[in-house]
Design a protein around this ligand. Structure first.
Ligand SMILES: NC(=O)c1ccc[n+]([C@@H]2O[C@H](COP(=O)([O-])OP(=O)(O)OC[C@H]3O[C@@H](n4cnc5c(N)ncnc54)[C@H](O)[C@@H]3O)[C@@H](O)[C@H]2O)c1
Length: 141
């Protein structure tokens, strides 16, 4: 049986956003979906997760013509702190990202929390895409 991707709109007025769920999205659609939101991407991940999925997502971003860089943070709950947020801010500043920056969080809930907070507090807020890779973060995100 072929399972199709589903797209749902979370309706929160001006803060509305889409959720896309489906098999093989990283290989097939992630690059194009991200490109539709912005083409100046900082990808935030951890070593283990980036080793598993980084090249697949990166290839999709390249195919879609997205300009992207990455920051790989240490793995684990104890690294969910302001030092991680600062590392992301530093990379955004050094890369001269402005308000059109798009932060893409590839990882579990810790990565999603740190990247989401960093995006929300950079230049009074830039956009963020969550690609949650644990069941907990997929359900909660
Ligand atoms: N941002 C959110 O939406 C959100 C949602 C729920 C919970 N949280 C927060 O997230 C944390 C718990 O989330 P978590 O359980 O995802 O923790 P986590 O991000 O620390 O991930 C747990 C471990 O799983 C590994 N991992 C992630 N994806 C993997 C994959 N696909 N294959 C193999 N290993 C993988 C990570 O490297 C890590 O070692 C808590 O701090 C919680 O407060 C955030």
């Amino acid at each position: 049986m072929k399972v199709k991707a589903v797209k749902e709109r979370v309706r929160l007025g001006s803060r509305s956003y889409n959720i896309v769920i489906g098999p093989g999205l990283l290989e097939t659609k992630a690059g194009r979906l991200i490109k539709a939101l912005g083409s100046n991407v900082l990808l935030v991940s951890t070593r283990r997760v980036f080793e598993l999925y980084g090249s697949t997502l990166g290839a999709g971003l390249d195919r879609a013509g997205v300009c992207w860089n990455k920051i790989v943070l240490p793995d684990g709950e104890r690294y969910k702190n302001m030092a991680g947020v600062s590392k992301i801010h530093d990379r955004l500043v050094k890369g001269r990202y402005d308000r059109d920056a798009l932060v893409v969080a590839l990882g579990g809930g810790v990565t999603g929390d740190i990247a989401g907070f960093a995006a929300a507090t950079y230049m009074r807020g830039v956009r963020v895409v969550q690609i949650p890779t644990t069941l907990l973060s997929q359900v909660d995100s």
